[in-house]
Design a protein around this ligand. Structure first.
Ligand code: M6R
Length: 591
């Protein structure tokens, strides 16, 4: 959460930083700001609001300078106000700082600094960094020396950049448990939470490891370890696909990414079969297997649990990553922990993995973004290969996660190749679902846009799809929704169903059909408006979202597609921006 960007080089820096902030907006969009060092002045402009609004209101584009830092915020400490927006500065306005993460001991540091005469202007944890640097940076010390000396005093997780009028011509960055990556195109250097921010200019990157300090100047770059010794870090080439982040002809990234669901399986299945066999054997041999993830990724894990059990005859548990630590006592070297995370940087997951590593467990991560923190912490990494997912709601990455679990479970029975072929055949089916249901879903979204509650029900392997449909609806349309196993409805939630309450029923024409349908009838008898997502028509449905007949284990991958589209159209009908839902961010890097 929060995106940071720095540029040091030969070009005017502000347009580059503004463009980067627009790319980074998925990380937080409460406030934005820019600091530029120019002709002996430190220029800071910032405000609450989305990046575009702040750019326009403060005419950011007119700022001069070739050493520029920018920030887009997801508020943690302090309300969404202009004063709390980044960059933050010291008492004399000579140092500027942008920060992603949380300084856990900021209250204590603030008290000490205020006691020593520092004047704070914001309620943020970040501002302590600027004041600490102010104390350390004087007396002929360089900015990097100041950063090195304050870093051990900061508890928590961070990636921050600093620039100072007392040591001009450079940006200094460091990180701990939060991402920071350098883009190299000498004499121009970029540094950001995400390489997407500068991918238009360069695909050559250098990773920072925890506690590295990097000094960027026009035409020069230097890495230091925490003692201040010079380090050598390699330049790597990023995969081109990570440059593609435009909306194309679509109105929103969410819609574009849902449409891409019809192509994800070939990319997801483009894997090393031997690695899958090795991982499958690790899973089969383990005393216990725990899958941990958050949000949509956790729903993929719940489908994975059914697949492991049905295909590999291996029971495993799924633990919400934010709760994982509370089970850590039973994790040991005979445990395999599988993490699922599109971003690879979700703080709750990272924390769980650290606990698992400390207990000597084997860690396998299923990740979309390359170069992520989780990748560094894992024994094996499986990539989703679905390209950048920019909209905050996860859509195509979910389909890819389901595909990976399908491949892993069939690797347990030595049928990786067969699974790959079956997945590949789904692409056309999904394209058909997207095409044939579009107008029905748009009509439904207009009809149902003023309902207050939706319920989603399903049985067995599709139960998690009901939960995913409900989560997506809440996230983008702000309508309350709940997903649950169909048999569970009558144990309490049915009391909430009244005349016209939409109940979405995922109803495959298999051995679960009759029981699921009878749960739908129970709701309908209480006035529910039944939306059947099914390969078999029924007069129980008030609206039928027709999907093709597929094997039971592939059904979740087809059934979720219209649910994503329904959530999208409901958000549009209600006038909301589904790419940037209120209060949320795509990468959740705080606990
Ligand atoms: O990057 P991750 O997969 O770890 O993110 C986990 C959740 O924050 C994420 O899936 C969230 O629930 C989505 N915005 C839902 O659409």
């Amino acid at each position: 959460m929060c995106g940071i960007i720095g540029y040091c080089g030969s070009k005017p820096g502000v347009p580059i930083v503004i463009e980067a902030l627009q790319c980074l907006e998925y990380r937080g969009y409460d406030s934005a700001g820019i600091a530029s060092l120019c002709d002996g002045r430190l220029l800071i402009k910032k405000d609450a609001g989305k990046v575009g609004e702040v750019i326009e209101k403060h005419d950011l584009i007119s700022l001069p300078g070739s050493i520029v830092m920018g920030h887009t915020r997801w508020a943690t400490h302090g309300a969404v106000t202009q004063l709390n927006a980044h960059p933050h500065s010291d008492c004399r306005n000579r140092i500027a700082v942008v920060h992603n993460g949380i300084i856990e001991n900021s209250a204590q540091l603030r008290e000490e600094l205020a006691g020593a005469g520092h004047v704070f202007r914001s309620e943020t944890d970040t501002e302590v960094i600027a004041h600490l640097l102010e104390d350390e940076a004087g007396n002929g010390r360089s900015l990097e020396q100041a950063v090195l000396s304050i870093a051990p005093r900061l508890e928590g997780s961070y990636a921050f950049l600093a620039a100072s009028l007392d040591d001009p011509g450079k940006i200094v960055g460091t990180r701990r448990d939060n991402p920071l990556i350098v883009g190299v195109d000498a004499p121009d250097y970029y540094i950001s939470s995400d390489a997407l921010a500068f991918s238009r200019y360069t695909n050559r990157v250098m990773n920072l490891e925890d506690n590295d300090v990097v000094v960027l100047a026009a035409g020069a770059i230097e890495f230091l370890d925490k003692q201040g010794n010079r380090l050598s870090r390699q330049v790597r080439q990023l995969d081109q696909v990570w440059s593609e982040s435009s909306k194309g002809n679509y109105q929103h990234f969410m819609l574009k990414e849902i449409m891409e669901e019809a192509q994800v399986f070939d990319q997801a299945a483009d894997q090393d079969g031997r690695l899958f066999t090795e991982i499958a054997l690790d899973i089969l041999r383990a005393r216990q297997v725990i899958i941990t993830a958050c949000g949509t990724s956790r729903y993929a894990a719940l489908v994975g649990r059914y697949l492991f059990s049905k295909v590999g005859k291996k029971f495993c548990d799924v633990v919400m990553a934010s709760e994982f630590g509370y089970f850590a006592d039973s994790v040991d070297k005979n445990t395999v922990v599988v993490t699922v995370s599109q971003s690879g940087e979700t703080a709750d997951v990272v924390d769980g993995v650290k606990a698992a590593r400390a207990a000597d467990a084997r860690v396998i991560s299923i990740i979309n973004r390359p170069n992520s923190i989780l990748a560094d912490l894992s024994h094996h990494v499986i990539h989703l290969n679905c390209g950048p997912e920019v909209a905050v709601p996860a859509t195509k990455s979910f389909l890819s996660q389901l595909a990976i679990f399908y491949l892993l479970s069939f690797s347990m029975v030595n049928d990786f190749d067969g699974a790959t072929a079956r997945l590949s055949a789904l692409n056309t089916a999904i394209a058909g679902v997207l095409d044939s249901n579009k107008s029905e879903l748009i009509t439904l979204s207009h009809e149902l846009k003023d309902r207050n509650d939706f319920y989603y029900i399903a049985r067995g392997i599709n139960f998690a799809i009901a939960s995913e449909g409900a989560l997506k609806l809440k996230e983008v349309s702000y309508i309350h929704a709940e997903g649950m196993p169909a048999g569970e409805l009558k144990h309490g939630t049915l009391a909430l169903v009244e005349q016209g309450t939409p109940v979405v029923v995922i109803c495959p024409a298999d051995y679960t059909f009759a029981e699921t349908l009878s749960n739908a009838i129970e709701a309908k008898s209480r006035g529910a408006f039944i939306i059947g997502v099914s390969d078999r028509e029924s007069n129980v449905y008030d609206s039928w979202i027709s999907i093709p007949e597929v094997d039971e284990l592939l059904y979740p991958m087809i059934a979720v597609v219209p649910l994503h589209l329904l959530a999208y159209y409901l958000a549009i009908s209600r006038g909301y921006d589904p790419d940037r839902p209120r209060n949320l961010a795509k990468s959740v890097t705080v606990k």
